[in-house]
Design a binder for this molecule. Structure first.
Ligand code: PLP
Length: 371
């Protein structure tokens, strides 16, 4: 099986696993049990991981809250800000191409009385900055724009977006789930106020993530979603998952951008362009993209593609995120693809274990589908 679905999830790196293992059975103390050595040992491990994460995204340790992953962090960010800033207003701005964790949370708040603006994107998947600026009103409490799209890899102009939101005195939330580990993310340089990340997207374990919440310029206030015990300074109660947190820290520590992933992705795209000439579309090609992601519209249905390759190749169809409902990808239709084109689209996402030999095999495999 050739695995090209790294945006869905990644295998845990051996080094990460090794670092985690003692915390399941030997060093099993509760990080909140400060009265004995085992507890203190776990607390130290958690705080060490927090330091590594803070260093990775250039923030302070007190600005990191551990969560069960990005979905929870997104819920905490959006609902937490919405509930806290109700005296200011009830308006949230986000984008049509966001992950469902963001869109569904906004839809939930809409039912509770929130007013949500869903910004459109152009055919490259990018928002119009002027449209964003025009959409912000005195009642806008949050602007939520993802760093990089999970389906296309398209990277938004984060620095400009943060400048606009701050000029208009609004908080900027960024879903960086797909960006961390693939490109450099610096919350100071990027001007991000709240940001989520998830370990399983960059060779850490599943079920652990973090929310960064800015403490100054501006200081962001947040209402908790989960109560009971006051862990994580009251923002997220519940016994900390020490092994997973240690794994998240190690996954951050071993992030490396020195690889040939982009070269392999380009090799795949160029070979397919040669093979199909003008009959394929590389979605988001004219925007800045993650180095590992390629979303391609083929001359045949993605379902047929999958039927041919299912046992040999792990990829995602454009509609992966809505597969339960079997709808065409909301990301691709927002990028002006027809429903029919969206149904002919496939996402390849490469990772650090991808080899040139595998990409060549995939190119050959695709040739057999056309014949
Ligand atoms: N946001 C984006 C952009 C994602 O790609 C994902 C994962 O699919 C999520 C959020 C949800 O992350 P998690 O699996 O940690 O809940």
């Amino acid at each position: 099986m050739i695995y090209l679905d790294y945006n869905a999830t990644t295998p845990v790196d051996e080094k990460v696993l090794e670092t985690m293992l003692p915390y399941f059975s030997v060093k099993f103390g509760n990080a909140a049990s400060s009265t004995h050595l085992l507890g203190a040992q776990s607390k130290d491990a958690v705080e060490n991981a927090r330091e590594i994460i803070a260093k990775t995204i250039n923030c302070e340790t007190q600005e990191i809250i551990f969560t069960s992953g990005s979905t929870e962090a997104i819920n905490l960010a959006i609902k937490g800000v919405y509930n806290t800033y109700q005296t200011k207003g009830n308006h949230i701005i986000t984008v049509e191409t966001e992950h469902k964790a963001v869109l569904d949370t906004c839809k939930y708040l809409e039912k509770k009385g929130a007013q949500i603006t869903y910004l459109k994107v152009d055919k490259n998947g990018l928002i119009d900055l002027q449209e964003l600026e025009n959409a912000i009103t005195e009642k806008t409490v949050l602007v939520g724009v993802m760093y990089a799209n999970n389906e296309t890899g398209v990277i938004q102009n984060i620095e400009e977006i943060s400048k606009i939101t701050h000029k208009k005195n609004t908080i900027f939330f960024c879903d960086a789930t797909q960006a961390i580990g693939k490109i450099r993310v610096d919350v100071q340089k990027d001007g991000i106020d709240i940001m989520c990340l998830s370990a399983h997207k960059f060779y850490g374990p599943k079920g652990i993530g973090a929310l960064y919440v800015r403490r100054k310029n501006p200081r962001v206030a947040l209402e908790a979603l989960i109560h009971g015990g006051g862990h994580e300074r009251g923002w997220r109660s519940g016994t900390l998952n020490t092994p997973a947190i240690v794994g998240l820290g190690k996954a951050c520590e071993i992030i490396s951008f020195e690889n040939n992933i982009e070269e392999l992705r380009n090799h795949l795209e160029n070979s397919l362009i040669q093979q199909f000439s003008k009959s394929i579309i590389i979605n988001g090609k004219n925007a800045k993209r993650l180095p590992n992601t390629s979303n391609i519209t083929f001359p045949f249905k993605a379902a047929d593609f999958i039927r041919h390759t299912k046992t040999k190749l792990a990829i995602a169809t454009g509609s992966a995120c809505t597969s339960a409902e079997n709808l065409p990808s909301h990301v691709l239709t927002a990028m002006h693809l027809s429903k029919e084109q969206a149904e002919r689209s496939v996402r390849f996402s490469l990772g650090k274990y991808t080899t040139k030999h595998q990409i060549d095999e995939v190119i050959e495999m695709i040739k057999t589908i056309v014949i």
